[in-house]
Structure formats: structure tokens, C-alpha cells
Design a protein around this ligand. Structure first.
Ligand SMILES: [Zn+2]
Length: 396
């Protein structure tokens, strides 16, 4: 996500373009002389690079700054809506897509219910979503950023395994590139969300180390270390949902038993809150009740719901303690449907984390629910695509 702040003589013209653009993006409006000073590129190089960016419509002149004696300098800025990115979140209930501008502002959003589709049917739904967004685009498109559950090779765009969608070794990046003729970036949705939290400072402050954990139907973490997203050797960094945490626990959709998802996810809470709640027909009705109903019971103080939710929070806290024990990261942000249980759940998470990790490590830890101003996976996948195509960071 970050480029070096200083150019050296080996670097290519493309690097110079990216460096000038990023400097302008992060610090504009500023003058050509100021870009030269900040990047240590020569004035001639900067003038040449800027001429190209203005011709491409990415940069524009916006009046004159204060004079420091001589002629007042012309100020430049990146045109926020010079390009658009299609950002997608292939979520549990719905595939959501948006047109996102260069400042991370969502221009149009489209959401299509998944309705249990998987395999080729789910892939066809992605096509429909992209077609709908293409029709809405009113600026040149940079490409498509896709956030999707599963283990993704973020370099090749191959989905190695997405259990919900029944996708295995699906080259989604290549499929979409060939179909739509645009660059495509495919990234795990939890990791995309971590990028969004990092780039927009949604953790309350812009920090270079953070863990963002999605707690919904699935559980997954995105880890940002030193300002960089951690992928891992096999692109599985942060796949905490299938850590086995409960001995002789329930069967998981991954095939094993006792995974974190079987005790701390939305589905686990619903099952646990409803188990044994009545008999016969009454019990079957109860089984169909979803998270919203459990949330209402929880807020009314119904005992079984509270027990289920708080136990789920404690399991999550234990997993967070393990992450902190290994990584010594102080900022943990939580998002996803389970965060709707609010402070009592969050307190259970925090207490379990504190009880299970070394006090020295947890004393500076902050665990919060992130304030989602837009779909985090859409924003994060868009940010990664922009970074790859233009060298931009979406930081303000
Ligand atoms: Zn599992």
C-alpha cells in the first residue's frame, strides 16, 4: 500500500508518475515546485509528468497559491471523479457493488440478493452486477475490485476455496478481466475491510498496525502490519474462523468440529439461543428465527439469548488474545452483523481478551466496533485496485 517517499535514479518514468500523483493526491492542491521539493524529482521531470497527467484528465490546475516574492505559483490537484472503480462485495446474503471515485466516495450502489446461489449461478450473478454498474458509470473506469469470502490468491486473482459459494480454484480475476476488458483485483473480504479501515482511519486514528475482524455468518480477520496488508505464505493470513477452539464442538461447514465459527458466529449464536427452546412444532418455529429475533430477545434480557451471545463474545475474545499474543497489535476493530449485540457483547470480548493474554501486551489494546460509513469490503477492494493501477492511497 505504500511507496517509498523518495525517488532514486533507477526508478522508471512510471514510478515518477505514481510518485507525483500520490504526492498530489495526499497533499494537494500544491504547485509543481512543491511536488519537486517533496518528491526530490527535478523540476523538469515534474513538469513533464504533470503535463501527461493533465492530458489524461487525472490532474487539473486550480488557481494560484500565495506568492513568495515572485510570480504566484499555479496549484494542482487530482480530479476526484477523473476515474471510477467498480467495487464488489460478494457477501453472504447479497452481492453488493458500487461505483467508487478516486476519493473513495460511493457514487452508485447496487445490491442483488444471492438467494442461495453458488457455483456457476453465483458467477452469473457477478456478471449481472458488473453489467448493471457498467451501465451506471459516467467516468472512465480504472477496473474492478472484488472482495469475496474464502482463500484468495491476491496476486493471480484465483479463488482457491470459497466454501459458501462452492468455488474451488476459480480464476475469478482472469474470468472478469476477459469478460469486461478491465483490470481486476480479487481479495478476501475480511482483508479488504482491513484495508478500508486502515486507509480511511476508521479505527479512530490512522495507525500502521491493526486487526479488523468480521464477525457475521463467517469470521475472518484482516491484518495490517507496518501499513501493509499481510497476506501470508498461502494467502490465508487472518483465517481465524476455522481455528478449532471448542473441544468436541459442533460440526463446522468446513468439515471439522469446534471451529471458532461454530461458537462465535451469527449462526452459532442463533443455534445456541434456540437450542432446546420448546419442543415439537414450537421448537421448529424457533429454529427458523434468525439473528434479528435473537437480538430482540437479547435486548429484552431473555436469559438464553444473553447466555448465547456472551459465550460467543468470550470465544471471540480468546481468539483475539491469541492474535495479540503473537502480533502485539494494539488496535482491534470489529465489524459484521454480530456487532449489533453492542456493549454487553463487546465487554465479553474485551474481558476474555484481557483474561487470556499477557497483561503487558493487552494493557494498550483497544477493541472497538468500527463505524461503517459504507460497505467496507467494497471500499477496501476499490482502494486496492486504485493502489495497483495508479499508486494512490485513499488516505485523506
Ligand atoms: Zn471450520
Amino acid at each position: 500500500l505504500q511507496l517509498p517517499t523518495k525517488a532514486t535514479h533507477q526508478q522508471t518514468r512510471e514510478f515518477n508518475v505514481r510518485l507525483a500523483l500520490r504526492t498530489l493526491y495526499d497533499s494537494g492542491p500544491i504547485s509543481r515546485a512543491e511536488i519537486s521539493r517533496r518528491t526530490r524529482l527535478t523540476r523538469t521531470t515534474v513538469s513533464d509528468v504533470i503535463a501527461g497527467l493533465v492530458a489524461d484528465g487525472l490532474v487539473e490546475e486550480v488557481g494560484r497559491g500565495p506568492s513568495s516574492g515572485g510570480k504566484a505559483p499555479i496549484l494542482l490537484r487530482v480530479v476526484p471523479d477523473a476515474r471510477q472503480v467498480i467495487g464488489l462485495d460478494l457477501g453472504e446474503e447479497a452481492f453488493t457493488g458500487a461505483l467508487v471515485d478516486l476519493r473513495g466516495e460511493v457514487r452508485h450502489e447496487v445490491s442483488l440478493p444471492v438467494g442461495g446461489r453458488d457455483g456457476d449461478d453465483a458467477l452469473a450473478l457477478v456478471d449481472v452486477l458488473v453489467e448493471r454498474l457498467l451501465a451506471l458509470a459516467d467516468r472512465p473506469l480504472l477496473g474492478i475490485g472484488v472482495g469475496t469470502p474464502g482463500v484468495i490468491d491476491a496476486v493471480t486473482g484465483v479463488i482457491r476455496w470459497a466454501v459458501n459459494l462452492d468455488w474451488q480454484d476459480l480464476p475469478l480475476g482472469r474470468v472478469l478481466e476477459e469478460r469486461f476488458g478491465l483490470p481486476v483485483q480479487v481479495v478476501n473480504d475480511s482483508r479488504a475491510a482491513a484495508v478500508a479501515v486502515h486507509t480511511f482511519g476508521l479505527a479512530g486514528a490512522r495507525v500502521s498496525n491493526l486487526v479488523a475482524i468480521k464477525v457475521g455468518r463467517g469470521i475472518g480477520a484482516g491484518i495490517v502490519l507496518g501499513g501493509e496488508l499481510v497476506h501470508g505464505d498461502g494467502f490465508g493470513a487472518g483465517e481465524i474462523g476455522h481455528l478449532v477452539v471448542a473441544d468436541s464442538g459442533e460440526r463446522c461447514r468446513c468439515g471439522r468440529s469446534g471451529c471458532l465459527e461454530t461458537v462465535a458466529s451469527a449462526g452459532a449464536i442463533v443455534r445456541s439461543a434456540r437450542r432446546g427452546n420448546g419442543t415439537g412444532r414450537e421448537w421448529r418455529t424457533a429454529q427458523r428465527l434468525g439473528l434479528d429475533e435473537v437480538l430482540r430477545d437479547f435486548q429484552r434480557g431473555e436469559r438464553r439469548a444473553r447466555t448465547a451471545v456472551l459465550a460467543a463474545g468470550r470465544y471471540l475474545g480468546a481468539a483475539i488474545a491469541a492474535i495479540i499474543g503473537v502480533m502485539d497489535i494494539h488496535r482491534v476493530v470489529l465489524h459484521g452483523s454480530v456487532t449489533a449485540f453492542g456493549d454487553p457483547w463487546l465487554d465479553a470480548v474485551r474481558d476474555a481478551t484481557g483474561a487470556r493474554a499477557l497483561g503487558l501486551l493487552t494493557s494498550g489494546v483497544r477493541i472497538d466496533v468500527v463505524n461503517e460509513r459504507a460497505n467496507l469490503a467494497v471500499l477496501g477492494a476499490s482502494a486496492m485496485l486504485m493502489t495497483n493501477q495508479l499508486g494512490l492511497s485513499l488516505a485523506r
